[in-house]
Design a protein around this ligand. Structure first.
Ligand code: NDP
Length: 500
């Protein structure tokens, strides 16, 4: 082991992985291989095969066979629940290993990674209950001669494309719910963060999931991801990532078999702070909302709308908090914000910081990359005097960059909050319940927080309004999304004849 930090190590050489199909590993063989370098340390950590179209076809065929064979879809809810509960136990047993790989490939802090993985345990536990509770409907109001039943049936083979910012968490906000519905899955993780999706495949098999129900193809989005979106034998695709790739996914579905889509896309989420808020709590929440995961969250609170009377004071409070965030070595237990996950994302964030300065916004803290020998880190950054016509105020940066925009009235706050093509999440900070509820009703976003941010639980559905996406994941709604209803009409008694 090359380097030890609080019990975790960097590998001396990158570990080789295969992809996962039909309940087993498939070695890379002669396929091209992608080598991942740890963004926090700059050392190679994993090598993953680049799957071909025929690997994808074989994986989809395996998922199809498992589905049509009713190996999973045909089980009773209790049997599906047993596998999901066993999976929860096995994830708990391997929490350190999974968290370690999240750090190596994503660059997030180890303590955060561990708590995300433990959160995923709860998603599997809840989904076990949902598998048993899933049900249809009946209509007993059609008179004595008829009876109606509405069944919920699993939609079939689901493609699942996930991003690099929360490789395991976003996966587990989907997989247990999809499995609870009875569907089979072909997952395609981001090429740069594939390992923990592969580990989940191995865990599911050990937990008793029938072969072929969960398969993982690896490789880049532009190749195997696009092929999955275009595949004629995939019934539904869940995509999480950028709005621009979301558009390609919609086109691919339209040009192929009209597969149903679930899309969770970008956000430019407002944090609305009124002068009557507990400003210390709010400053802490706003700092957390922009610096957590180094701002690489689709739900990051990247626009701070603050009542003008406290705007300067409050911006300084947030800046002070951000200057105290511990950034750096992700394997250090006390680190709060880790690395920027990809080189491209690092360049994007730094170019937006330069753009903010060119556009005339006032930088009050941060603004630079950290000067570290290894890895890539950006200081949490705050811009004041931001107006909505600036690119930094309207475009998703996906980094620790906060834009401060003052407002005078509640109507103005709501109007600025809604002045975006996105509608993923929003927060309000106030001690006045009327203001909190008014804002929560009128801001167009799929997730809303009052006096907190980036909070939730496995029961609450997630997803966006407007260009932030379609459909919902997690909770019972997240199971139902992967079903389709069938209306069964039953005639009771003697038919009244049409032909005399
Ligand atoms: P992408 O949208 O490119 O990637 C998300 C996922 O889609 C990855 O698995 C990627 O694979 C895959 N993908 C890429 N191109 C295609 C395609 N043509 N067909 C099918 N799948 C594809 O996001 P990036 O990683 O490039 O990040 C760019 C921006 O996206 C960020 O700056 C941020 O604004 C936003 N983003 C939003 C996220 C969210 O949670 N809403 C998450 C991540 C990013 P691969 O990585 O292997 O290429």
């Amino acid at each position: 082991m090359a380097h030890t930090m609080t019990g975790y190590s960097l590998p001396e050489s990158p570990r080789e992985f295969g992809f996962y199909m039909d309940g087993d590993w498939v070695a890379a063989g002669g396929r091209e291989v992608f080598e991942r370098t740890s963004p926090g340390h700059g050392v190679p950590v994993s090598r993953i095969p680049r799957c071909t179209q025929s690997d994808l076809d074989a994986s989809v065929a395996s998922a199809r066979l498992a589905f049509e064979g009713r190996h999973w879809a045909g089980l009773c809810g209790a049997d599906r629940a047993a596998v999901l509960l066993k999976t929860a136990d096995l994830i708990r047993d391997r929490v350190d290993e999974i968290a370690h790989w999240e750090v190596l490939e994503n660059g997030k802090p180890i303590s955060q990674a561990r708590s995300e993985v433990l959160g995923c345990v709860g998603m599997f536990e809840l989904s076990a209950g949902l598998a048993r509770a899933l049900h249809g409907d009946s209509y007993n109001n059609s008179g004595d001669g008829a009876f109606g039943i509405v069944t919920r049936e699993p939609i079939g083979v689901v493609g699942l494309i996930t991003p690099w910012n929360f490789p395991f968490l976003i996966l587990c906000e989907r997989v247990p719910y999809i499995l609870a519905s009875g569907c089979s899955i072909v997952a395609k993780p981001s090429e740069v963060t594939s390992v923990t999706t592969l580990l989940l495949a191995e865990i599911l098999t050990r937990a008793g999931l029938p072969d072929g129900v969960f398969n993982v193809v690896t490789g880049s989005g532009g190749t195997v991801g696009q092929q999955l979106a275009e595949h004629m034998d995939v019934d539904m695709l869940s995509f999480t990532g950028s709005t621009s790739v979301g558009r390609l996914i919609v086109s691919a579905a339209g040009a192929s078999n009209f597969k149903k889509l679930g899309l969770e896309l970008g956000g430019k989420n407002p944090q609305i702070v009124f002068a009557d808020a507990d400003l210390d709590d709010a400053a802490d929440g706003v700092a957390f909302g922009i610096a957590f995961n180094s701002g690489q969250c689709c739900v990051s609170g990247s626009r701070l709308l603050v009542e003008r009377s406290v705007a300067d004071l409050f911006a300084q409070k947030v800046a002070e908090k951000l200057r105290s965030v511990k950034i750096g070595e992700p394997l250090d237990e006390s680190t709060q914000a880790g690395a920027i996950t990809t080189d491209e994302q690092n360049r994007t964030i730094l170019s937006y910081i330069a753009r903010g300065q060119e556009e005339g916004a006032r930088l009050i803290t941060g603004g630079s990359a950290l000067n570290t020998p290894l890895g890539q880190y950006v200081e949490p950054t705050v811009f004041c005097d931001v107006t909505m016509d600036m690119a930094i105020a309207s475009e998703e940066i996906f980094g620790p960059v906060l834009c401060v925009i003052p407002f005078d009235t509640i109507d103005e706050a709501i109007s600025i909050a809604n002045d975006t093509v996105y509608g993923l999440a929003a927060s309000v900070w106030t001690k006045n319940i009327d203001k909190a509820l008014t804002v929560s009703r009128r801001v167009r976003a799929g997730r809303f927080w009052i006096n907190t941010t980036l909070a939730g639980g496995p029961e609450l559905p997630i997803g966006g309004f407007k260009q932030s996406g379609w459909g919902r994941e997690a909770g019972m709604q997240g199971v139902e999304e992967y079903t389709q209803t069938k209306s069964i009409h039953i005639e009771i008694g003697k038919r009244s004849h049409w032909v005399a």
